[in-house]
Design a binder for this molecule. Sequence first.
Ligand SMILES: *Cc1c(COP(=O)(O)O)cnc(C)c1O
Length: 396
Amino acid sequence: MSFQNPVFIPGPTNMPEELRRACDMPTLDHRSSLFGEILHPALAGVKKILKSESAEIFVFPSTGTGGWETALTNTLSKGDRVLAARNGMFSHRWIDMCERHGLKMDVVEAAWGAGIPLDQYEEILTADKNHEIKVVLATHNETATGVKSDIAGVRRALDAASHPALLYVDGVSSIASMDFRMDEWGVDIAITGSQKGFMLPAGLAIIGFSQKAMAAVETATLPRTFFDIRDMAASYKNSLYPYTPAVGLLNGLKRSTEMLLSEGLENVFARHTRIACGVRAAVAAWGMELCAQSPDLYSDTVSAIKTPEGFNSLDIVNLASEKYGVAFGIGMGEVAGKVFRIGHLGSLTDVMTLSGIATAEMCMVDLGLKVHLGSGVAAAQEYYRSEFSEIKKAAA
Ligand SMILES: *Cc1c(COP(=O)(O)O)cnc(C)c1O
């Protein structure tokens, strides 16, 4: 690991200098009026990034995992039924959390590399005539496999079944990098963290509640104290926290939302798509395949690349770290040893991405894989060059 090189892990992501400075503040009395000038713009910025008019935004000193717990404990009661799909490590962990909270799970098992099986969601919801299922979970972007699921499609499945269940979406590795439409998709709770698309250090759970989810808070009986959104909401009215806020991180969040919104959300998404397409061109030039089963599932924030049978993909990650000082993502769970991941979200440019592709190539050649030095880099260069001329043409 070298502090000079960018990281290519799918979170924590590279921090722009400006955000590092925004987080680095002298101590500020969080009960002074200055705090509200940080808190409220940060919450308003998050709301815009979620593309919501009516969501209530909560930011806890925590991580994405704490966001899951906030969603579950504030709106559900022991024994409530929850529908979820397991198609990777993160959806697996969310299901595990539900089970530990005594929720009754309907789990659809899917291949690691597949998206959320919408047909099965619709079938299960249609069969649930008494509407016992209270919540449907969806992991928008499975960071372990580089698979993007169709959240609009999950909403269509709920509507086709005329089912009133709430829809909770883990957008930890998609929000602020990939298109996310809380209102349009009828998302009731959207969850993310500070260290991925927002390009900040880990330390904040960022959550949006729809008005329907807010209504569910009143009847839910799962125990919650630290993550009780009622305490948080009451404190926000006075520009306070129910405890000590992470002021520097919140100032970073305020600045991050300003940066993202001034770049323009659609431009941010297009940049991620372009960078990802370059990585995918490199993977194809290497003669390798992604873990994601089909192009509609390809994630624009992380690529999980399958390595040949009998080869331990962890060797690439270890060598990259030890020899070249570059971080890639390891394979997790069912795909441990079988894939390595290139994270390509947050503060990245085409040029930075080329350095990651070049490093992966050196490692694979070092380890005896049949990959030619420069092949992936050249494919990505061609892609970035041609995309650039397209952009120029569009602007002319
Ligand atoms: C990173 C990640 C998480 C976990 O977030 P933490 O901030 O590490 O708690 C959850 N879901 C997805 C999809 C992620 O990528």
